[in-house]
Ligand binder design. Structure first.
Ligand code: ZN
Length: 564
């Protein structure tokens, strides 16, 4: 069935929840491992039922935030999910108390028990009301950002389709677009301040209620991190500061030299080349067609995958009014469908969607037969390896999308990827400050951001832009609102993806087979173990990070960008 033909009716959650409860009760009373395994499979099926409804609603709502029906349904699920999570948590508690742990772990692997434990420690039904409040607040944020009106040259833009203008080769247009974007955010800054302040309070309260000192450890557990902690992450950020920031500084100097417009201003950041940024040639339709050819030639596995996505119409790619910003990949588990959501905007970002988001969905496609939903995909830092590495595996086909701009694209993509690392570390450091100091004022919070921005050398001349000078630019980073502590995951994955890039340059076949193995493992192992299985080096070891960065640095040094 095609995605749009899937019928949706609001499920009777009361009945579903009661059914789940009685299955869990039977699980607790089961007298043999076989019986428990059987019940686990039934529970998985029922969960998939509920999660499928919820995902369909969330996709259709994000495709058109003005659609009242799905907007209401989305609110309904925002309201109800915490109760549903409470039941699932009872299930994890029952798993942990099972007398047949040995047999269950022979059947499903040990990692499931680590996950059950960390999930149990990160949820408490005492917090249901607070969780609802948290959902409500982040939905409020989503709506404000999706409906932001950015006026440039008397035309209306959204945050989802403004970015081509931010990198326009006409400096006046760039400037107007950036000014207008920050003015739109400034108009909403009081609301955004308040939503964030409330979110921090809500999260801190939840942590205290559960006996944590603050939200940090709870936040890590909510991300299912079982194999590293905030000390490892702090050391990793330090290594980024030492080894990556200097490389990025050099890249900025090269950008300045290429552009020949003097010191870069805040509205120049997105503009990298005097001849314009590399743009994919052709229409959105051409891009998708080129994608199909690329995946056909890349491997039989990717071909099967991409044809499936096309056949069941599992991609919503083009930007439209009312559509939520950004991009994501998700799973409609009952149908074993992956789904890609994005906002094509005519920049190289559109090709990244077909590589990055397709990398995620390719992994889902490979793992949807894992025995437990917990294994459909790994923790997020591992999940981003699939997507970011696919961007590199796609390199040999970039001439199809970019024609004469191929080298420029690679230079831009690789330098963009490395330049992202300090930003990712800064967002992470900021979040540690926020949740370790939950009671600071809005102003102190913004000042902390300004200091971190400076430390990681992120900012260009802000001129007299009030919004930027007030230290609020982080407000457009939705992860801060929606998914605390998630952001660093992109950087960890990037360091792993760089390794696949190096390997694919040396031996494409071997690199691809290691990658395929990683995708097939899904979420059956924690991050550091998956990294080992994929024959990659851990980003947490600073010498490894240095080695990876040195290679990227040397490659970029070898490219003559003066004519670009
Ligand atoms: Zn991703």
């Amino acid at each position: 069935m095609k995605f749009n033909d899937i019928n949706y009716e609001r499920p009777d959650l009361k009945i579903l929840i009661n059914d789940l409860k009685s299955l869990i009760a039977s699980f607790q009373m089961a007298s043999s491992p076989g019986e428990q395994i059987n019940l686990m499979n039934q529970i998985t099926e029922l969960r998939s039922e509920v999660e499928t409804y919820q995902t369909i609603v969330s996709i259709r709502h994000s495709v058109d935030t003005n659609d009242e029906f799905y907007s209401n349904e989305n609110k309904f699920f925002d309201e109800k999910t915490p109760e549903f999570s409470a039941i699932i948590n009872e299930y994890y508690a029952a798993i942990l108390a099972s007398p047949f742990k040995k047999e269950l772990s022979d059947e499903f692997g040990e990692h499931f028990f680590n996950l059950a434990q960390v999930k149990e420690q990160s949820f408490d039904s005492k917090n249901i009301e607070l969780l609802k409040e948290e959902n409500r607040l982040s939905s409020e944020y989503n709506v404000i950002i999706a409906q932001l009106e950015i006026i440039v040259n008397e035309k209306k833009y959204t945050i989802g389709n403004i970015s081509p203008l931010l990198s326009d080769s006409d400096r006046l247009i760039r400037k107007e677009a950036a000014e207008s974007l920050y003015k739109a955010l400034e108009e909403k800054q009081a609301e955004l301040d308040l939503i964030f302040h409330n979110l921090v309070q809500v999260r801190h309260k939840m942590a205290l209620k559960m006996g944590y000192e603050n939200y940090v450890e709870l936040g890590y557990k909510k991300l299912n991190r079982t194999d590293y902690n905030s000390t490892n992450v702090a050391e990793y950020r330090k290594a980024i500061l030492d080894y990556v920031v200097p490389v990025v500084k050099k890249l900025k100097q090269r950008q300045e030299k290429r552009l020949r417009i003097g010191p870069l201003k805040y509205y120049d950041n997105g503009f990298k080349f005097t001849t314009g940024n590399p743009k994919p040639k052709g229409s959105p339709k051409d891009i998708v067609e080129n994608g199909a050819v690329m995946y056909k030639e890349l491997s039989s596995e990717t071909n099967e995958f991409f044809q499936f996505m096309l056949k069941y119409e599992l991609m919503d790619l083009e930007a439209k009014e009312g559509k939520m910003a950004g991009g994501y990949a998700t799973i409609i588990s009952k149908y074993k469908y992956p789904f890609i959501f994005s906002n094509f905007n005519g920049t190289s970002h559109d090709v990244d969607v077909l590589t990055h988001e397709a990398g995620h969905t390719f992994q889902f496609f490979r793992s949807l037969n894992q025995p437990l939903p917990e294994y459909y995909y790994p923790t997020l830092e591992a999940a981003e390896i699939h997507s970011m590495s696919m961007e590199f595996f796609a390199y040999p086909w970039m001439n199809k999308f970019f024609k004469e701009d191929e080298e420029k694209y690679k230079f831009s993509h690789l330098s963009g990827s490395i330049s992202f690392l300090p930003y990712g570390a800064a967002i992470d450091e900021f979040q540690h400050f926020i949740y370790e100091n939950p009671n600071v004022s809005i102003e102190e919070r913004n000042n902390a951001w300004l200091a971190i921005e400076e430390k990681y050398d992120l900012s260009s001349d802000k001129e007299d832009n009030k919004y930027l000078l007030s230290g609020r630019v982080w407000q457009k980073q939705g992860h801060l609102y929606r998914a605390p502590f998630y952001y660093i995951d992109y950087t960890l994955a990037q360091v792993c993806a760089f390794q696949f890039w190096e390997k694919s340059e040396i031996d494409f076949k071997q690199a691809w087979s290691d990658y395929l193995h990683l995708c097939d493992l899904g979420g059956s192992l924690p991050f550091t173990k998956l990294v080992e299985e994929a024959k990659l080096k851990s980003p947490f070891v600073k010498e490894n990070l240095k080695g990876v960065i040195d290679k990227v640095d040397r490659f970029l040094e070898g490219i003559d960008d003066s004519k670009m």
